[in-house]
Design a binder for this molecule. Structure first.
Ligand SMILES: Cc1cc2nc3c(=O)[nH]c(=O)nc-3n(C[C@H](O)[C@H](O)[C@H](O)COP(=O)(O)OP(=O)(O)OC[C@H]3O[C@@H](n4cnc5c(N)ncnc54)[C@H](O)[C@@H]3O)c2cc1C
Length: 293
């Protein structure tokens, strides 16, 4: 491991100040839980010379309801998401997604912000938030800016974050509070395995007409970044909720996906999974909608 300067900051303002000071002349990286970055610090030849530890940043640790919606601080860990009464009540899919990340140790240290910034296409934190149209609040030298999550990812391991910026907060907009949502992951094992495909679906139900309202489907590990299945969403909008419609949306979602073959699975296998998981995620969201009615 190369040596580096280390700054442990007390809040996001401190973090932005340190990033602004060092990002011009040095290679600076933020560390939160370190579950991803530590491997890079140990093994990558391009490891940073300055590391900013935000794990003790008090203003990035809360899960709160605000006028904008549900705010989740960047350094909230996966275990905290699983245990949060608000999240379990409003978005059990988010707690389920957190539960399938790594093992207990990874979930105790790993943060939601860190998961998103890695921008790995198979990340488990992304699809549910994308289906809920989450907004990312970014802190930088000029204050805060907001970016929809589907514009936050640029490609594999690439986001819109600049070197002097920090992911501060994830906001699920007020209009989507309590929206029935379901997340599914398919890996080679139940635990400690990256997703071959993961999927989340959410929609409101018009109970009078029994139709889909604002259906959103997000898929992971089937493109260079987590994506929305826009054609499948368009097919479902305003359509009567039936098992056939859900199965057809699954088939259409296959066309939205652009999976590759790798040592874990072939592109064809992943395409089949997209169809199955999309359909099952829609069924799960519908079951939740019925239970909440
Ligand atoms: C054994 C193991 C199993 C895993 N299993 C899974 C899995 O099943 N599913 C899954 O999705 N992931 C998995 N991961 C990946 C990882 O644990 C998660 O992505 C985790 O949430 C990363 O969060 P962190 O806080 O540890 O990030 P860090 O390691 O601290 O940081 C990761 C990256 O994000 C940057 N960063 C972190 N926070 C911020 C911020 N707020 N603003 C700006 N930049 C930031 C860092 O600079 C770094 O580039 C696994 C990792 C390990 C080691």
């Amino acid at each position: 491991m190369r040596t580096f300067e280390f700054f442990a900051v007390k809040d996001s303002h401190d973090a932005v100040a340190v990033l602004a000071k060092h990002s011009v002349s040095s290679k600076v990286r933020v560390i939160a839980g370190g579950t991803d970055l530590l491997a890079e610090l140990k093994f990558s030849p391009q490891s940073p010379n300055v590391v900013v530890d935000i794990s003790r940043a008090e203003d990035l640790k809360s899960i709160t309801l605000t006028d904008d919606g549900l705010s989740i601080g960047a350094v909230v860990t996966h275990s905290q998401i699983m245990q949060s009464p608000i999240i379990r009540e409003m978005f059990p899919a988010l707690a389920n997604a957190a539960h399938v990340i790594g093992a207990v140790q990874t979930r105790n240290l790993g943060t939601l912000g860190g998961n998103l910034v890695t921008a790995v296409p198979s990340m488990d934190g992304g699809p549910t938030l994308m289906a809920l149209e989450a907004i990312i609040s970014i802190a930088g030298p000029d204050g805060r800016r907001q970016v929809p999550l589907n514009e936050f990812f640029v490609g594999p391991r690439k986001t819109v974050l600049k070197a002097d910026e920090l992911l501060a907060e994830i906001i699920i907009p007020r209009r989507n509070l309590g929206k029935p949502t379901h997340f599914l992951k398919f890996g080679l094992r139940k635990g400690q395995a990256l997703a071959l495909v993961n999927a989340a679906a959410s929609f409101w139900v018009d109970w009078e007409k029994h139709t889909f309202v604002a259906p959103r489907i997000a898929l992971g590990a089937v493109a260079p970044k987590v994506i929305r299945a826009l054609q499948a969403e368009a097919y479902l909008e305003g359509r009567e909720i039936t098992p056939e419609a859900m199965a057809e949306a699954g088939r259409i979602a296959i066309g939205d996906a652009k999976p590759i073959s790798d040592f874990r699975a072939s592109a064809g296998y992943r395409r089949n999974l997209v169809g199955v998981l999309t359909k099952r995620a829609l069924e799960g969201a519908y079951a939740l909608a019925q239970a909440k009615r």
